[in-house]
Design a protein around this ligand. Structure first.
Ligand code: KG4
Ligand code: ZN
Length: 349
């Protein structure tokens, strides 16, 4: 760590995690997260109003906790970064308002950054400067995209995305129909360990030859989710017990197989040798192993941050903010908007 690298505080409130991260250059100093996930569990999904209220209550204590962990005072920071979108409108507003107040009070620049690009940038806190160009695969509860990255602060080009459910959404819905609770990804990951991934041959969306013509780098998980529901229903109708671990493992294999195949195809087609995987689903243990195994045989390198940095957090926002400062990008105006549908091509507002 160089002492003169910028000290950046990042704020994340796009969904149900209030995250405040502090980085100096590529060094992570604090990553404080307060989650309202327990308050949403009984609804089987995030309730936007509940999330916004929880952000409001958690914001100041989480900022204080991050500063205490990093051993800094707010006056020490060189810049504030905040997720300006995409995400839940009311939730984003809380983070953006807090960031503006801090930036204004401290007289420091503010950077309103894209949540999805932040999921990619966070990897440099663990593995050093991002390889550029790289293929990024972003798989979270709200998004599943393949991106071509030439410069993480300006050059993010979409190659493909889900045409229906996001990968994390599929995990959440399948967990729900198996009665496994919310969020679904971590429980399916755990259940799958004692099941067989080849027990049931679930469909691989958008991999048939005729689909590849139009949707080579796109994903579809809604047919898979329906196939799992039908399979479970048939089993219940016949009065046989549902082998939950086998269903979880076979479903997980279908998702990971398609994700890895398409990411590798994107890299090969562009002649790019580095893939960065980010977002909550990147925490999946099977996805991590499958991606590394298959990539290694093609001479492609895969970088995935540790699971705690894959799910939403403030460090990822600080990491992208730090890159904005390092690359001399113009800060956002103090009246920057929160944009719930901010496109991935807009990395900095
Ligand atoms: O990135 P994230 O924390 O929030 C969004 O921006 O959406 O991703 C949350 C999603 C949820 O759908 C959750 O079920 C999924 O990531 N997830 C996982 C795992 N851990 C979290 N999916 C599969 N395996 C996991 N281990
Ligand atoms: Zn996210």
């Amino acid at each position: 760590m160089t002492a003169d690298a910028p000290l950046v505080l990042g704020i994340e409130t796009s969904c149900d995690e209030t995250g405040v991260g502090i980085v100096r250059g590529h060094t992570l100093l604090a990553d404080a997260v307060a989650s309202s996930v327990d308050e949403h569990a009984r609804f089987g999904g995030v309730v936007p109003e509940v999330a916004s209220r929880a952000h409001l209550e958690a914001m100041v204590p989480t900022i204080e906790r991050a500063c205490a962990t990093a051993g800094i005072r707010p006056y020490d920071v060189d810049a504030i970064a905040v997720t300006s979108g995409p995400g839940l409108a009311g939730a984003l507003l809380v983070g953006v308002a807090a960031a503006k107040a801090l930036a204004f009070a401290l007289g420091k620049p503010i950077y309103g950054v894209n949540h999805l690009a932040a999921h990619v940038a966070v990897d440099q806190l663990e593995h050093g400067p991002l390889p550029e160009p790289a293929i990024a695969m972003l798989v979270s509860g709200g998004h599943s995209s393949l991106l071509r990255i030439t410069d993480v602060t300006t050059g993010v080009e979409p190659m493909g995305a889900t045409i229906d459910d996001a990968a994390g959404e599929a995990f959440d819905k399948v967990a729900r129909l198996l009665g496994l609770g919310f969020p679904g990804g971590p429980v399916i990951d755990r259940e799958a360990r004692s099941g067989s991934s080849v027990a049931i041959d679930f469909p691989r969306g958008l991999t048939a030859r005729h689909d590849l013509e139009r949707h080579r780098f796109d994903f579809s998980f809604s047919g898979l989710k329906t196939a799992v529901a039908r399979w479970v229903e048939a089993r219940e109708r016949s009065g046989e017990p549902v082998p939950v671990a086998d269903v979880a493992a076979s479903f997980q294999e279908a998702v990971c197989d398609v994700l890895v195949r398409k990411a590798l195809d994107a890299a090969s087609s562009e002649g790019i040798e580095d893939i960065v995987i980010g977002g909550g689903v990147a925490a999946n243990s099977r996805l991590r192993v499958l991606a590394e195994d298959r990539a290694a045989s093609l001479g492609i390198r895969v970088r995935v941050p540790r699971p705690g940095l894959c799910t939403d957090n403030g460090a990822m926002v600080a990491a992208l903010g730090s890159e904005m400062v390092a690359r001399g990008r113009t800060p956002s105006a103090l009246d920057l908007p929160a944009d719930s549908s901010q496109p991935i091509t807009s990395v900095l507002v």
